[in-house]
Design a protein around this ligand. Sequence first.
Ligand code: KG4
Ligand code: ZN
Length: 338
Amino acid sequence: MRVLAIESSCDETAAAVVEDGRAALSSVVSSQVDLHARYGGVVPEVASRQHLRKIRPVIETALDEAGCTLDDIDAVAGTRGPGLAGALLVGYNAAKAIAFGRDLPFLGVNHLEGHVYANWLMEGPEPRFPALCLVVSGGHTDLVLMRGHGEYQRLGGTRDDAAGEAFDKVGRLLDLPFPGGPHVSKAAESGGPSSLALPRAWMHGTYDFSFSGLKTAVLHTVRSGAHDVPTIAWEFQEAVVDVLAGKTSRLSRELGAAEVLVAGGVAANNRLREELHARCPVPVRIPPPHYCTDNAAMIGAAAEFRLELGQRSPIDEDVFTTNDWDSPARFTPAAAGA
Ligand code: KG4
Ligand code: ZN
């Protein structure tokens, strides 16, 4: 089965052609990062309008690079949420329009489920269940037990800032370019251990996270002028990585998970990758960096197993902006649905 997948939940316009949920025949991502950099963050209306300009060329390029036309496509998938409503609407409606016009099966995909399924785009044996998923993006930080395809139980998550959000805010405090994550990580490469002791919120007895205290500690450190940017970036990154890797490894042991699957933009972070591999007692799978950050190939991979089950989304389905990991309720079996 060849799925045309479209993603526009935030500031990347993306389209991909994915074969059998495993092979990305193409994956095109048009980033708006330069457009938002001058504002220091994503401006929702600017994002939506840029998606409108880019969506058609991005889809056409994805088809071209896959060496196919719409005649070769068997189903269309689009990111339904969570994300910025105005941004989601552009890609989701484009996906619906193509499915409607070509009379193809249509499926709305949960963006975070999509991130997890980037782990199916890798070569070698497939992920095994039960899998513990660490989802670390700009908007979410969740620990989720995945018992099978589409079966999720959220065991913990952030009580305030998401990990990526903390990186981005600290980037701003350190006067680094947007988005903070990769730039903080780059600055940390020239840093190292110091006398600066930044706090780690362990949230004992839970699998929750909290990064707002750490962010405030960075603010006070910057104001004190006692440490340089590389040192603060290094200590901040170590504090985030320590808690993410520490809690993930402990939970994977307690659950007897077969594997740990890591997902989301922060999974592109090299120190996090190193520490998860070093500390987890079970195999750790992390997609290559270009499949950690937002892309449409992951949406096509996630769509595949639901389409195989005969699930479809109604063509009049709305987008959603918050996530509850309760995605099965949103699909109708093929027999009863659109
Ligand atoms: O998954 P993603 O591309 O978009 C969302 O769904 O949010 O994640 C974006 C987040 C941003 O906060 C960005 O700063 C962070 O991932 N990020 C990183 C790195 N690359 C991207 N954070 C730390 N280190 C990186 N190398
Ligand atoms: Zn994302």
